[in-house]
Design a protein around this ligand. Sequence first.
Ligand SMILES: [Zn+2]
Length: 329
Amino acid sequence: MAPRHALGIDFGGTKLLAAVVDTDTGEVVATAKKKSSAQDRPEELMGRLYDAGEAALKAAKLKPPQISGIGVGIAGQVDADRGILLGTPNLSQATVDLPMAKLLRERFGVPAALRNDVQIAALGELHFGAGRGVADFLCVFVGTGVGGAIVRDGRILTGASGSAGEIGHLVVDAGGRLCGCGGHGHLEAYASRTAITRSLLGDLKRGRKTTLRDLLPDLDQQDAPGGTAIRSGILAKAVKAGDELTTETVREAARYLGLGIASAINLLNPQRVVLGGGVIEAVDLLFDVAARYARQESLPTPARSVEIVRAGLGDNAGVVGAALLGAGA
Ligand SMILES: [Zn+2]
């Protein structure tokens, strides 16, 4: 009998989550967490993967032969066919062309595969989350950046070189703000947590009154090099407290998010748009306003039929999708 468990690893911007997942039910059986660091060299990056994977297996009381495989979702550019991590500037600047799947196979003795983290989260949503039973949908995740993935006929669309679905780099403002990718006016430069943080810190410097000063006493000393200064939970608290500046800033980000989604709806005519990620989960206002603009600004026919919903798996989408990849889904 084939093993019903697989190991899924979600290697995100600031942390690494490994989980043993029952791939028949999507149930997360055991997890282990590690921090990640942009200063990591390739061997340190692999060391963190091994440690987290082994800790999750130990917590599940399983040995490597008892799992069907290992899948990794990673925030970086990936050659999925060859199992190679091409580069991941946010996780490890020193790592290029790392044969991650091969190294994992050698270490654990089971099949291993890797993919872009957002496509992996969409795979989780497709099988056990808000995309279950839906053949054509679009996933949009708002966090440090804005990620997206397209499911077409029940499969993740990869495109000619693996980058299909990058909704964060749709142009929403011609010649606008500089994006992290070097382009201008891209959605991510307006709607990500990094963008929201940057905008808020700018207004604070100009002396705007805000309850954020009470929620984050050392705010004035903070800068946002990685854009991680203001967490989603703090944004949610400030909006709930009726803070004018935060509410205004979130609304503006949501408007751009909605415009980007409207463009994607016009292009793809999906049955459903699944919205997830830390900021969406924490801040209802972002979801509500984005969904309204997405409907308002898309063509009448696709706007009438599209359902805009929240992601179903929360933080677990990545590890569940990764485990499914490891199991050969
Ligand atoms: Zn961009």
